[in-house]
Design a protein around this ligand. Structure first.
Ligand code: SAM
Length: 227
């Protein structure tokens, strides 16, 4: 096991209630995903002043004006992604590292990219505190993918893209799955890409609202920069 993370971190009862509701609402159907949500302590990924809200189904502010995504949105994306313990995952938009930790529990290894250094440092501290040794977090523009470690069995983008970044599609393995919220800066739909040989299929799924993916194959930032 990559983690001896059975830390008695508290809030276990509230965590169970959260998972129970995600089951009941049909958001989670995969027992491994339920187990990951049961084990990973979400409150440790948000400021202490928000611990009491950590198991409510809502996004919460973290540092640098960013957010930790809503549990039901993460659960839905993980269900679509279908991670497995023998698969390598690329994650774009590390944020607090919460979803990274869930992926680390569910996958062989996780390569995660965050564009904001302070957040990447925060996420690293959070993920390594849980003793995961199968996660690498780096700071750069994730819309370019991570060529040195490609191809990936699974790719998950946790910020809103105008369209699926081309380098990510190229770095997806044959037989792989990629999940990305696509649309405008305010409103998107989760899109699932599957690759079979040279053929890529796209399925448009439910509506979501993410912070923008800033980068060469994403949106410009508020200063008009795309890097
Ligand atoms: N899933 C994360 C969690 O569990 O905390 C939350 C992700 S947050 C909604 C989106 C993140 O994407 C932000 O931290 C933002 O800085 C990052 N981001 C935006 N554009 C990016 C890019 N081009 N490359 C890497 N990260 C990016």
């Amino acid at each position: 096991m990559k983690s001896e993370l059975i830390i008695d971190s508290g809030f276990a009862f509230r965590r169970s209630l959260m998972v129970e509701k995600l089951w009941r609402d049909g958001v989670i159907t995969n027992p491994s995903i339920a187990e990951a949500f049961e084990i990973i302590p979400r409150h440790l990924f948000v400021p202490k002043s928000l611990w009491h809200k950590a198991y409510e189904d809502q996004p919460l502010p973290i540092i640098h004006d960013q957010t930790i995504s809503q549990p039901s949105v993460i659960a839905n994306m993980l269900e679509i992604l279908e991670p497995r313990k023998d698969l390598r995952v690329l994650e774009i938009g590390t944020g607090s590292g919460y979803q990274t930790a869930l992926l680390a529990f569910l996958s062989k290894c996780v390569f995660s990219i965050e564009r904001i250094k302070r957040l990447a440092d925060y996420a690293r501290a959070n993920v390594y505190a849980l003793k995961f040794d199968n996660v690498t977090i780096q700071v750069f523009d994730g819309t370019l993918g991570w060529k040195a470690n490609a191809p990936f069995d699974r790719i998950i983008v946790s910020a809103a893209a105008p369209a699926a970044p081309k380098p990510l599609l190229e770095q997806l393995k044959d037989g792989g799955r990629m999940v990305v919220p696509e649309g405008t800066r305010d409103k998107q739909h989760i899109c699932l890409y599957t690759k079979v040989g040279n053929k890529i299929e796209r399925v448009v799924l439910n509506e979501v609202s993410f912070v923008p993916l800033i980068g060469a194959y994403g949106w410009e930032d508020s200063c008009g920069n795309s890097s």
